[in-house]
Design a protein around this ligand. Structure first.
Ligand SMILES: [Zn+2]
Length: 413
């Protein structure tokens, strides 16, 4: 049975910021440089925050060569549930996020802190899980009637390992997050690797690999190669209304000036090498709609317009994807996964095949009438840390990982 989606409480923080595209604050350089050849901040296409285009052209990112499983690792077919767990961007500076600002409550509900994320990864790893990709779990085949349908692939895994898909919603670095204790963007460092860039609570620029979920997972897999099947990391679920990955690549209905467009083109050029490096190193992308719209309520015309905008402004940069992640966990055409309504049909016709909501378990159901999979993801966040300890014990113990820098809102354990 489909588990109940937790609806509007999920991910509401992502949508709180509105669409203030006019407030793209410039940040000064220079910055604290990561190891590797020095970054030069001159040349065409350089945006006013450090970015990949600032790399000297001769610097090539190092090759990404997964070492696990190796030829000696015995692989056996896995029978059972492929777990599915999602995060939002992690809180880099709890003292800012939880200082009582107007977003504190939403951040507490929807996010985990860096300290919690580190402990969660360690525990998920120690519990025998191994990262797999949605793209390896599901594929489309032609059935005996000649109809295309989705199927679950046979997963061959090292004996004793259990598969898990990790995914990360709203890796957009929304405007409100720049003031509430998060990193500001992903960049390529002088070493060709992904780093986060941001401003610490003292106003100092920081380039780090220890403050952002993406770079923390990169480092974790580097240190624990047997946590990842063939170097897979996770799925990055993107909206587009405030750009992607910290780059303001979105169009604006209120601003069609040439200066705005020139700035936007700079941002587009700047994010491309970041996307390329993420894809090279085991990351992949999904649509989370352009406007973080509530698909449970949006009329189909809005769904279509939004899809077109995502296609133009996000898919044009990250490439096609078969994965569609519902904002607020709200399913197209309502909560009944056995129903195939017009909006689901439309999105499926655009190439989406995996439709992911939010639930109490890693539920999945193959549709029989069209080629699509409906699934639920479990949510690693403050809400479940406080109230669903038991349900998440297979991954981690909330009591062990809970960050006491959080506000005193209480727990059920
Ligand atoms: Zn979201």
């Amino acid at each position: 049975m489909a588990s109940v989606t937790i609806g509007l409480s999920v991910c509401v923080a992502c949508a709180l910021s509105g669409c203030a595209v006019g407030s793209m604050a410039p940040y000064p350089v220079p910055v604290v440089l990561p190891p590797g050849p020095p970054i030069s901040f001159s040349g065409p296409g350089v945006s006013d925050t450090p970015s990949a285009t600032a790399l000297p052209r001769h610097v090539q990112p190092p090759p990404y060569i997964p070492t696990y499983p190796d030829a000696d690792t015995e692989l056996v077919p896995f029978i059972g549930v492929v777990e599915n767990l999602f995060f939002h961007p992690v809180v880099a500076y709890p003292q800012v996020a939880f200082n009582g600002n107007e977003k504190t409550r939403g951040i507490d509900e929807n996010m985990v802190t860096v300290s919690e994320f580190n402990k969660m990864l360690q525990s998920i790893y120690e519990n025998g899980y191994i990262l797999v990709s949605w793209n390896d779990v599901w594929s489309e085949h032609t059935d005996p009637r000649g109809e295309k349908r989705m199927q679950r692939n046979e997963l061959l895994l090292p004996e004793g390992k259990k598969p898990i898909v990790l995914n990360f919603d709203d890796v957009n670095y929304y405007e409100y997050m720049l003031e509430t204790g998060f990193t500001h963007k992903l960049i390529l460092g002088g070493d060709g690797e992904i780093w986060s860039w941001g401003i610490d609570p003292r106003g100092k620029e920081v380039i780090s690999q220890d403050l952002d979920a993406i770079t923390i997972l990169d480092k974790f897999v580097k240190e624990h190669p047997d946590f990842s099947m063939n170097g897979v990391k996770g799925c990055i679920n993107l909206t587009g209304y405030e750009g992607i990955l910290g780059y303001r690549t979105q169009t604006s209905k209120d601003n069609n000036s040439s200066a705005f467009e020139a700035r936007r083109q700079n941002e587009i050029e700047a994010v491309k090498p970041v996307i390329a490096r993420l894809k090279q190193t085991g990351w992949y992308f999904a649509s989370h709609t352009w406007g973080h719209i509530d698909l449970g309520r949006a009329p189909i015309e809005s769904v279509m317009q939004d899809a077109s905008r995502w296609e133009n402004e996000v898919a044009s940069l990250v490439g096609p994807t078969m994965i569609f992640v519902y904002p607020f966990g709200a399913r197209l055409d309502g909560a009944d996964v056995s129903r195939t309504g017009p909006a689901l049909k439309y999105m499926q016709s655009l190439g989406f095949r995996v439709f992911a909501s939010v639930g109490r378990e890693s539920f999945s159901k193959m549709k029989t009438d069209i080629s699509a999979v409906m699934c639920d993801r479990m949510h690693a966040d403050g809400t479940t840390l406080r109230t669903s300890r038991k349900n998440y014990l297979k991954f981690y113990d909330a009591e062990q990982v809970f960050d006491h820098a959080r506000p005193d809102y209480g727990t059920t354990w």
